[in-house]
Design a protein around this ligand. Structure first.
Ligand code: FES
Ligand code: FES
Length: 154
């Protein structure tokens, strides 16, 4: 059995045809050259595959919800709106990307795209979270080399 549907990906409507319902969003992204989104554990533990789904908050404003793309069957995204790390910059680094660079928040970079999307969920609407809130929010995103101090600084 295969599925055909469309969804919005980084602002573009994309049509998905004849895809197995078992295909995950992560598999689809990487097969379509959006390789900024990384595969780590492929079972929802590490956060390397985090992307954002655009939803509306209780005030009707658009907001980001970070999701683990390795756990999401692609057909569940029919009609939804997804942003990956390739979609956050608009010709120049997004403020969260610049902050990562300036605060040395990335060494190998493997966790960085997922970390950025998770951070944007928290920082939307001009939120100014405490260090503790930041630590808690990114607790599902593992970094094996930089250490969290520089990431929280960023
Ligand atoms: Fe580890 Fe998805 S690859 S949570
Ligand atoms: Fe290497 Fe985080 S920068 S895992």
């Amino acid at each position: 059995m295969t599925s055909t549907f469309d969804f919005t990906l980084n602002g573009q409507r994309v049509q998905v045809e004849n895809i197995s319902p078992n295909t995950t969003l992560l598999e689809y992204l990487r097969a379509n050259k959006l390789t900024g989104t990384k595969e780590g554990c492929a079972e929802g533990d590490c956060g390397a595959c985090s992307v954002a789904m655009v939803e509306q908050n209780s005030n009707g404003k658009n907001c980001f919800r970070a999701i683990n793309s390795c756990l999401v069957p692609l057909p569940l995204l029919a009609g939804r709106n997804v942003v990956t790390v390739e979609g956050v910059a608009n010709g120049e680094l997004h403020a969260t990307q610049r902050a990562m660079v300036e605060n040395f928040g990335s060494q190998c970079g493997y966790c960085t795209p997922g970390m950025l999307l998770t951070a944007q969920e928290l920082l939307a609407d001009g939120n100014t979270p405490s260090r503790e809130e930041i630590r808690e929010h990114i607790s599902g995103n593992y970094c094996r080399c930089t250490g969290y101090h520089a990431i929280v600084d960023a």
